[in-house]
Design a protein around this ligand. Structure first.
Ligand SMILES: *Cc1c(COP(=O)(O)O)cnc(C)c1O
Length: 640
């Protein structure tokens, strides 16, 4: 990439390219000529874009501090629309006879506000919900009212779960019980008889086809859930004997989440369609084929079959799926089923953005200029470092780098064994950093930078301390090294002259972001702007709407962030439609079994003891108690 090194030449367009925003943004995000990240509510660039710095200002004015999660409702609506319109188009173009029915798997983002909006935006498409537990089922029944929408019950079911689901069927919900384990069937039939309800049944099958990717383990023959084909046959036989084969309406599988390769998706659909055909031939009523989740998000924008990407568009996904089902079923002249997918990640990922401010920056200390000649008494490694420093040129960078590391380590070793003084060690460190800095300058002139030298950037990287917790807000970045797009949300018309890694405020060495997406692959540092005194610098982590919000934990007792939901209107104005305050310190202590009232009592007694010991006056005690009480009511993150 041709790098424009100076402030004068750099513009917002260069930033858009550098951070790859058009590659991963799916049309929802762009950079304004002023240098702000802007949101295009329908995924199409318009001049009605809303700027993120403007949203931040609005939040600040309303008393919401960073970090904050911003949910853009329009994007959620647009993703649901895109999925349905793409399926409709494929169905129309291919002449498919069944319909498409989407369901949202609640586990991907269980927040009430999210589920409520999905039900609202999906209403005109009869978009339903998928649940895997009693709590999710109850929340789904409370939110859904459309009798044409599907309510799919996966997961292990006990009697209570079954009774709740059967009651929903009674009330007119299209509530499917998907058999995950052979043992569930008898209990369901028994309860159905007792409650006098005809159950709507599905079977989850284990496919031979396996996807690749982070989560592929949930598909395949050895997956924990689902029936083998022998067990499916047992289900059919049992239902036949009990005169209930008409209850079997659906076949389900789930290959795993984030399937990057369309070929895996196709193979799975074809295998499932064959099983579906077999069940119809056995006499089951059927009518629904449920392909589970797996529709991936292109987090790195590379459009490849790499784990954080996908090598297909939503349109291609829909065409391939519909076509594959059709091909297999037409061979056997079996009526086309309604197709259900349980897309979670792709539905919600785009709509949430994590915003945070930078609290501090630590730069590599180059220290003062190095001594022209080594001191008289300098030990050999220092002389060698000095030689390396003086002989450095563009042709021997690798050699100098190796020498620098070797003699620096040698000096450290001598220091720990007491052979050199602290001052001598410091001289060696100065030469070392001087060499590293020269290498960094010289290597910019090279066409092909040796692998080792690429590491130097990470070595020299600044650490930007962000006001957020990786564990709370980006759990997958910590647990499975998932990549999310990260970039400044303003100042993009300025040249980002610093190379940085990000650290959160947990002070945990794992609380870092040190791998970043780039149009050239993965990079170990992120280009950022120097932080100016007295001015906030804001970064955004994008595409965090799926799985991140509730998987997070309370590491260091940092709690939920503030959340605001935003609705962008047609005229380009926007409203704060929902605000949810993040956890207070008292909320968090409550989660870990403290009673905030008891804490206050304990603090009061502690302060009273200090009064008795005459360390503080009663008036000081009063002021100190105010400080504690404010602290308990405060936000768990850094407040300015
Ligand atoms: C997790 C899960 C999903 C969601 O998958 P995505 O890849 O996020 O769309 C769908 N169905 C089942 C059964 C799941 O367990």
């Amino acid at each position: 990439m041709a790098i424009k090194q100076t402030l004068q030449q750099w513009n917002a367009e260069d930033s858009a390219e550098l951070y790859g925003i058009r590659n991963w943004g799916a049309g929802y995000f762009g950079v304004s000529s002023k240098g702000d990240v802007v949101i295009y509510p329908t995924g199409v660039p318009t001049d009605k874009a809303v700027s993120i710095p403007d949203i931040i200002r609005g939040m600040r004015e309303r008393g919401y501090d960073m970090p904050a999660l911003v949910r853009i409702e329009n994007i959620l609506e647009s993703q649901i629309r895109t999925l349905h319109e793409s399926f409709r188009k494929a169905i129309r173009e291919l002449g498919y006879h069944g319909e498409y029915r989407g369901v949202f798997p609640i586990k991907v983002n269980q927040q009430q506000n999210t589920v409520e909006k999905i039900v609202q935006f999906g209403a005109k498409y009869h978009h339903g919900l998928e649940v895997g537990s009693k709590a999710e089922l109850i929340s789904a029944i409370s939110q859904l009212s459309d009798e044409h929408a599907c309510l799919i019950c996966n997961g292990y079911k006990d009697e209570e779960f079954i009774d709740i689901g059967l009651s929903a069927v009674r009330m007119g919900y299209k509530c499917f019980f998907v058999l995950e384990m052979p043992g569930e069937l008898e209990l369901i039939m028994e309860r159905a008889k007792a409650l006098n309800v005809r159950p709507i049944l599905g079977v989850r099958v284990k496919l031979i086809t396996k996807g690749s990717g982070h989560w592929a383990g949930s598909g395949g023959e050895r997956s924990a859930f689902g029936l083998t084909s022998a067990q499916v046959m047992d289900v059919v036989d049992y239902l036949k004997q009990n005169d209930a084969l008409d209850c079997l309406r659906l076949l389900h599988y789930h290959l795993g989440s984030q399937i990057p390769n369309i070929r895996d998706i196709r193979s799975a659909v074809m295998e499932a369609a064959r099983i579906y055909a077999g069940l119809v031939q056995e006499g089951a009523s059927m009518g629904y084929l449920d392909l589970g989740g797996g529709l991936a998000v292109d987090y790195d924008g590379s459009h490849t079959n790499y784990v954080s990407s996908r090598n297909y568009s939503i349109d291609e996904y829909c065409m391939d799926v519909v076509e594959a089902v059709m091909t297999i079923l037409d061979e056997r002249q079996i009526p086309h089923p309604h197709i259900i997918t349980e897309s979670g990640r792709s539905t919600v990922a785009y709509y949430s953005i994590l915003l945070f401010n930078i609290l501090d920056v630590s730069e590599v200390e180059f220290g003062d200029a190095v001594p022209d000649t080594p001191p008289e008494d300098a030990p050999e490694p220092i002389r060698n470092l000095w030689d390396a420093y003086n002989n450095l040129n563009v042709r021997n960078l690798q050699e100098c780098y190796n020498d620098a590391v070797y003699y620096r380590d040698d000096m450290r070793q001598r220091f720990v064994t007491g052979q050199v003084t602290l001052r001598q060690r410091t001289v060696a460190d100065k030469y070392f950093w001087a060499i590293i800095r020269r290498i960094a300058e010289e290597k910019a002139k090279l066409k092909h930078v040796p692998k080792d030298l690429e590491e130097i950037d990470a070595f020299l990287a600044d650490i930007y301390y962000g006001n957020f917790s990786v564990f709370q807000s980006l759990p997958d970045a910590w647990a499975i090294d998932q990549l999310f797009p990260v970039m400044p949300v303003h100042r993009l018309a300025e040249f980002p002259s610093r190379h940085a890694v990000l650290s959160d405020i947990t002070c945990d060495s794992d609380g870092r972001l040190d791998h970043f997406i780039s149009p050239q692959g993965i990079k170990k540092t992120l280009e950022l702007h120097p932080v100016t005194d007295g001015e906030e610098y804001y970064l955004g982590v994008f595409l965090v709407g799926a799985y991140q919000e509730t998987l997070g934990d309370l590491h260091n007792l940092l709690g939920d962030t503030n959340v605001v939901a935003i609705r962008i209107n047609e005229d380009g104005n926007y409203d704060f439609v929902r605000e949810i305050r993040g956890d207070t310190v008292a909320d968090i202590l409550d989660y870990v079994e403290y009673d905030p009232r008891t804490i206050l009592d304990d603090l009061r007694s502690a302060a009273e003891r200090a009064v008795r010991a005459k360390r503080i006056t009663p008036t000081e005690r009063y002021n100190i108690m105010q400080v504690f009480e404010d602290g308990l009511r405060g936000y768990t993150y850094f407040e300015r």
